[in-house]
Design a protein around this ligand. Structure first.
Ligand SMILES: Nc1ncnc2c1ncn2[C@@H]1O[C@H](COP(=O)(O)OP(=O)(O)OP(=O)(O)O)[C@@H](O)[C@H]1O
Length: 241
C-alpha cells in the first residue's frame, strides 16, 4: 500500500488586484511506497513547490486528494484533516525543509536541534549527544552552536534547517530545494544524510535544481510537463533511454 498518493491534485491562485484566477498546476497524480524517494522536476513556476506546500498543508488544494497513510491516524486526506491532527503530523511524522529558515527567535542553534529531539521524546542526554553529532555532520562551526541563527550566512541557515528536520527522522520528508545555495562539500553532507534516512525507511519527496544531485538517489522522477513519472527504477520506466 502507498504511504502517499496525490490524486487529481489541482491548485489555483487568485490575484486579487488583477481580479484573475490562475492555475498553479492541475491533474497531478503520483504515489509512493514507504521508503521511496520521488524527485519532482519541471521548469520554474510549473507548480513543484505548490505540491510540496499542499502536502505540508501550507496550501489547500482546489481539486484532488492528498492521501497519507499516517502512523497515528491511519489513512487520511491531508487536505481534510483537522488543524490539531496536522500539527501532530508536522511534529512527529512529516518534515519540511525549504531554503528559508523560520525559527523561534532568541533560540540558539544548539537549542533548536535539541528541542526538535526532545519533542520526539528523546532523553536530555541522548538529545544533547545527537545534537552535537548532527551539527558536526553538517559542518556547522562549533563557534556557532551557541549563537542565534539570525546572523548566520545563507548556507549556515540552510544546514541548520536540514539538521533540525533530519534529526527527527521523519516518516515523510519534503525537501524544497534544500541545497540551493550550498557548496559542493555541504551538498555531499546533505546527500549522505538523505541516504541514511532512506536506509532507515524515511519516504522523501524532493525538488532539486541540481539534477546531478538527484542521480542515483531518487527511485522515481515526476515530470511536471509530461505530468507523469518519467523514471521508475523499480519498473524500469526511462531506464532504456
Ligand atoms: N501564494 C501564492 N499566490 C499567488 N500565486 C502563487 C502563490 N504561490 C505560487 N503561486 C504561483 O503558482 C505558480 C507555481 O508556483 P511554484 O512556486 O509552485 O512553482 P515552482 O515550480 O516551485 O517554481 P520554482 O522552480 O521557480 O521554485 C507560479 O506561477 C506562482 O507565481
Amino acid at each position: 500500500m502507498s504511504i502517499l498518493e496525490i490524486a487529481g491534485f489541482g491548485k489555483r491562485f487568485t490575484i486579487h488586484h488583477l481580479d484573475k484566477t490562475m492555475p498553479a498546476t492541475e491533474n497531478i497524480h503520483f504515489s509512493l511506497e514507504a521508503g521511496e524517494f520521488i524527485g519532482i522536476v519541471g521548469k520554474s513556476g510549473s507548480g513543484k513547490s505548490t505540491i510540496l506546500k499542499s502536502i505540508y498543508r501550507t496550501y489547500l488544494p482546489d481539486e484532488g486528494k492528498i492521501l497519507y497513510d499516517s502512523q497515528r491516524f491511519g489513512l487520511v486526506d491531508l487536505s481534510q484533516v483537522s488543524d490539531r491532527q496536522m500539527l501532530y503530523l508536522r511534529k512527529y511524522e512529516i518534515g519540511y525543509v525549504s531554503q528559508f529558515l523560520n525559527v523561534m527567535p532568541r533560540t540558539t542553534c544548539r537549542q533548536l536541534v535539541t528541542n526538535a529531539l526532545l519533542e520526539m521524546g528523546e532523553s536530555e542526554i541522548t538529545a544533547n549527544v545527537e545534537t552535537e553529532k548532527t551539527l558536526a555532520h553538517f559542518e556547522l562551526d562549533p563557534k556557532l552552536w551557541d549563537s542565534y541563527p539570525n546572523t548566520f550566512s545563507g548556507g549556515e541557515k540552510l544546514r541548520l534547517n536540514i539538521a533540525m528536520a533530519t534529526v527527527k527522522k521523519p516518516r515523510l520528508l519534503l525537501l524544497d530545494e534544500p541545497t540551493a545555495s550550498l557548496d559542493q562539500q555541504s551538498k555531499v553532507r546533505v546527500r549522505e544524510m538523505i541516504e541514511k534516512l532512506k536506509n532507515n525507511g524515511t519516504t522523501l519527496v524532493g525538488i532539486f535544481h541540481d539534477i546531478e544531485f538527484m542521480e542515483g538517489l531518487c527511485d522515481k522522477v515526476f515530470d511536471m510537463k509530461a505530468k507523469k513519472i518519467v523514471l521508475d527504477n523499480k519498473v524500469g520506466v526511462g531506464s532504456e533511454s
